[in-house]
Design a protein around this ligand. Structure first.
Ligand code: G6P
Length: 611
């Protein structure tokens, strides 16, 4: 978490930095700061959002053609002005911004305290700038060398940018385990946590690897490892357009992203199958084919919404390809001693491709010889680059913190993975395969139909905006949808919500049901339909208020429920891609009616780069 941005070139740095911070704000938004170098080293910081910083800076001296900015999600130290970044050296001539956690900061701090350094903040980051100053003074080295030596003493995760007042033509950045990209423009360079701050200036990017640093000195760029090995920069071409980073007339990114789903699902499918030829090609899986000969088991590792997608992936792969599947929280998996080996395939799902726990789970699986396949949205992200092979979801940038279009894009790719594995193993007949491909192809237009219920959902939202609790029930393919629907609501509206397997309700949550409890029942599947109806009866008998997500023309559920949200009919295995849509909209409207900030909910961040 935390977003960082740096600039060195001929333009004024401030407008680039402040706009960059606005685009990076999804990574953290409890405080923000900027440093500019223009003869003087000017550093300004403020608790609150980037717009609070912008307001605070209105009358300040913001001149300078190099600088850096930071938006924070607090780990060490409360979110206040002092703990905000940049942090300065005691001499006030060095400044640093940092994304990550310095795990041995306490030991380093002890040493610095003994050498007489005084600390102003409670952050781990301040330790690093004092350490750099200490090395620079004692070893009489330049700023780049001082940073390099200091980083050899650091254990943990970092993406940093450092400025030095005495070196007005040098910008230094480095990374390990936190993301950092360099944008290469004409006579200018950008450094950032992701590419969004500079897409309008350059399409040339360099993704730094762990343990690498970049030194931009007198207009020249040098990349070396912190062990002092010079590296040849590998410049890649970026394919993101500006329009996809803006709200495009919608009030919030989340709403825009919900409405983008017909297109983003289509983009996830594009070029990957052809129904008339009954052909499906997933390049990443083909690359791995030789590794999959003795495939014994698949294990999903993921967090949050991506974990919910994994639960659907489990069902799809077991149904289509008849391979045993397990689903693990990445944060649990990484600290167990899992029994996995060369016959196992680990599938890591991550929108950002950065989640620290998922990345660690991938590394653990690789170290045990498993074959690791990644399903990520952000191109060039750490998880995507660490896996043996993978498939991008191509949903486009997702900026709202609560994941929406990334989820349905993940489900699309999972359907393709499951079908492709089934084809390779001969577990699906040709006709079934074709029927499913045709059904998948129709999903974008069916999602469009689901979106048409928006006004109706708004009315339901009005009725329930003051509820204190919600229960979401589903079975089979709809159980993960119940979990995801509940997660959406709690993330952005702060209403307590629980997702539960509908039949499991009677083993506990049923005790919560009374006339104040809204229960969202997802009854859009064929296979357990009657059972879900019975479970709904059980809720009704205890006076619970029922909001049912049903197939069109389901009179049984319509009679039973207090409110119904209809979704079109599709193959049951793909129905989560439809039934989640009204639940995303319901959460959105409830949150808006409660006055919540849906794009930046409290305490959350989109990329969780800490454990
Ligand atoms: C954070 C986000 C969630 C996301 C989860 C996993 O908690 O707020 O929306 O589902 O991380 O992120 P990933 O990028 O790995 O899918």
């Amino acid at each position: 978490m935390c977003g960082i941005v740096g600039y060195i070139g001929k333009k004024q740095a401030y407008p680039i930095l402040i706009n960059g911070l606005k685009r990076l704000e999804y990574r953290g938004y409890d405080s923000a700061g900027i440093a500019l170098l223009d003869g003087d080293l000017k550093s300004y910081k403020k608790s609150g959002k980037v717009k609070d910083l912008e307001h605070y800076l209105k009358k300040k001296d913001l001149n300078g053609t190099m600088g850096m900015g930071h938006t924070r999600w607090a780990t060490h130290g409360a979110p206040n002005d002092v703990n905000a970044h940049p942090h300065l050296s005691e001499t006030k001539d060095l400044a640093i911004i940092h994304n990550g956690i310095i795990e041995n900061y306490y030991t380093l701090k002890e040493g610095l305290l003994q050498r007489g350094y005084k600390f102003l903040s409670n952050t781990d980051t301040e330790v690093l700038i004092h350490l750099i100053q200490d090395i620079k003074q004692n070893e009489k080295v330049g700023i780049d060398e001082a940073v390099r030596i200091a980083l050899n003493e650091v254990i943990g995760a970092y993406a940093i940018v450092v400025l030095s007042k005495d070196d007005p033509d040098v910008l230094i950045a480095a990374k390990t385990a936190s993301p950092l990209v360099v944008g290469v423009g004409k006579d200018e360079y950008f450094i950032s946590s992701d590419v969004t701050p500079f897409v309008e200036y350059t399409k040339k990017v360099i993704y730094l690897n762990d343990g690498e640093m970049v030194i931009i000195k007198k207009g020249k760029l040098i990349i070396k490892t912190i062990k002092n090995l010079i590296k040849t920069p590998y410049i890649q071409k970026l394919e993101v357009d500006l329009e996809r980073l803006e709200k495009g007339g919608y009030e919030h990114f989340m709403l825009k992203e919900i409405y983008e789903q017909p297109r983003s699902i289509m983009d996830s499918m594009r070029g990957r199958f052809n129904t008339s030829e009954n052909r499906l090609v997933l390049g990443g899986l083909n690359e791995m084919e030789h590794r999959l000969k003795n495939l014994r088991r698949i294990i999903f590792v993921a967090c949050g919404t991506s974990w919910h997608a994994s639960l659907i992936g489990e069902r799809l792969i077991e149904d289509f390809a008849r391979i045993p599947v397990e689903v693990e929280y990445a944060s649990e998996f990484r600290y167990r001693n899992p029994i996995i080996g060369a016959d196992d395939m680990v599938i890591a799902i991550s929108q950002s491709g950065e989640t620290a726990d998922t990345l660690a789970a991938v590394e653990l699986a690789k170290s045990k010889g498993a074959n690791v396949f990644g399903i990520c949205n952000v191109v060039g992200s750490a998880i995507a680059r660490t896996c043996h092979a993978g498939a991008y979801t191509h949903a486009g940038p997702e900026i709202g913190v609560a994941s929406t279009k990334a989820f349905t894009a993940q489900l699309t790719v999972l359907a393709l993975v499951a079908l492709s594995l089934a084809e390779k193993r001969g577990t699906l007949g040709k006709r079934d395969f074709k029927r499913l491909l045709i059904a998948l192809e129709q999903i974008p237009s069916l999602v469009e139909k689901c979106l048409a219920s928006n006004d109706e959902i708004k009315k339901i939202a009005k009725r329930f905006k003051d509820s204190k609790n919600f229960l979401y029930l589903g079975r089979g393919y709809q159980f993960p949808v119940a979990l995801e629907g509940a997660l959406k609501l709690k993330e952005i509206s702060y209403i307590h919500a629980e997702g539960y397997p509908a039949a499991e309700m009677k083993h506990g949550p049923i005790a919560l049901i009374d006339e104040h409890m809204p229960v969202v029942v997802i009854a859009a599947n064929k296979s357990t339909y009657e059972k879900v109806v019975s479970n709904t009866e059980e809720v009704k008998a205890r006076k619970g208020i029922i909001i049912a997500v049903t197939k069109e023309d389901d009179t049984t559920m319509r009679n039973l429920a207090d409110y119904t949200l209809e979704v079109p009919e599709t193959e049951e295995v793909f129905s989560p891609m439809l039934s989640i849509i009204p639940l995303q909209l319901l959460a959105y409207h409830i949150a808006i009616l409660r006055g919540c900030n849906v794009d930046q909910p409290r305490n959350l961040a989109k990329s969780v780069t800490v454990e």
